[in-house]
Design a protein around this ligand. Structure first.
Ligand SMILES: [Zn+2]
Length: 314
């Protein structure tokens, strides 16, 4: 029997429903899908919506949860498509409304912490820890344009790191990178000895069929790689493995005039744009620190000190 937060599915069956938990005394309702395979195998946990306005990822997880059959599945799949319901309802960029924190920097969380820290604790302790393999889906936030990519978090344990790298390759998205953001759900999972990846496609509030299916079929390709389903949907490009990336951040409040687009190739020393004050004076000139591809680009004119501007990977 597969049971989570009061929802149960017998072998060969599916269950779906809203489950309720309390976070800092506040009642939180999560939609949850449990797909319990007819035959034994690994447990895969899939989350989306840790960032509430990354819609391609949320819709991909909903589609997976609604359509994955139990009778042909080997193992168990737990799908939590809206991991941060308050941020989803508020259409919030980056942060969770009750405490203004980025949920994807709080893992593995703290039971007695703030709202985001306590939510991260519940997600990690009750859901993610159940996994033999973990996939966290993201979709570019409301103010981000990006090229699809997959990240894995190196821990220094060769077998675990190889398992995460193999999942990242199997996902079938063009760019594969090593992540460097502790506190992310996939990083905390890897540090808890669970092979884990973060996959990202979409952005700017748009949830195109192309990006939804890129993420949805990517999860299914990882399931085939893990031996949970037989068929591998669609052939994909050979991933480009990128081992370095650089984030550029705003040094002051202002307006942002990028000179590059997401997916564009840049050379070290190239002009990437500028942050200016509202009277046109340049406050920060942006220069490419390395050769590479523009992985993501913030597309809002408004810019706040400390916010990301863009990332280059190579
Ligand atoms: Zn995200």
């Amino acid at each position: 029997m597969l049971t989570l937060a009061g929802l149960s599915a017998a072998p060969g069956e599916r269950a779906q429903g809203m489950v309720t938990t309390k976070v800092t005394g506040v009642e939180v309702q999560h939609p949850l899908f449990l797909i319990n395979g007819a035959r034994p195998g690994p447990t895969l946990v899939v989350t989306a919506g840790i960032h509430g306005a990354e819609y391609a990822s949320v819709e991909a997880a909903l589609r997976l949860g609604q359509t994955l059959p139990a009778d042909t599945l080997q193992g168990q799949v737990i799908v939590l498509p809206i991991a941060n319901p308050a941020a989803f309802a508020a259409r919030s960029i980056y942060v969770t409304p009750p405490d203004g924190k980025n949920l994807n920097r709080q893992f593995p969380g703290a039971a007695q912490g703030t709202y985001s820290q306590a939510l991260a604790y519940w997600l990690f302790d009750q859901v993610i820890r159940r996994a033999d393999a973990y996939i966290d889906l993201h979709g570019g936030d409301l103010i981000e344009a990006l090229v699809p990519f997959v990240i894995h978090f190196p821990t220094g344990h060769p077998t675990l790191d190889q398992a995460s790298t193999d999942m990242a390759r199997a996902f079938g998205i063009e760019y594969v990178l090593q992540g460097n953001t502790p506190g992310s759900a996939y990083a905390a999972a890897a540090q808890a000895n669970i092979p884990a990846i973060l996959a990202e496609a979409g952005g700017q509030g748009i949830w195109s069929e192309e990006n939804i299916e890129l993420l949805h079929q990517g999860v299914r390709r990882v399931m085939a790689h893990l031996g949970m389903i037989e068929s591998v949907p669609a052939t994909t490009p050979t991933p480009v493995m990128l081992d370095r990336w650089a984030w550029l951040r705003a040094e002051s409040d202002g307006v942002f005039y990028p000179q590059v687009v997401a997916g564009g190739q840049v050379s070290a020393g190239q002009d990437l744009g500028r942050v200016a004050d509202v009277f046109g004076h340049t406050l920060q000139s942006l220069v490419a620190p390395m050769d590479g591809v523009v992985l993501f680009l913030v597309t809002s004119l408004a810019m706040n000190k400390g916010d990301p501007l863009l990332a280059i990977a190579g």
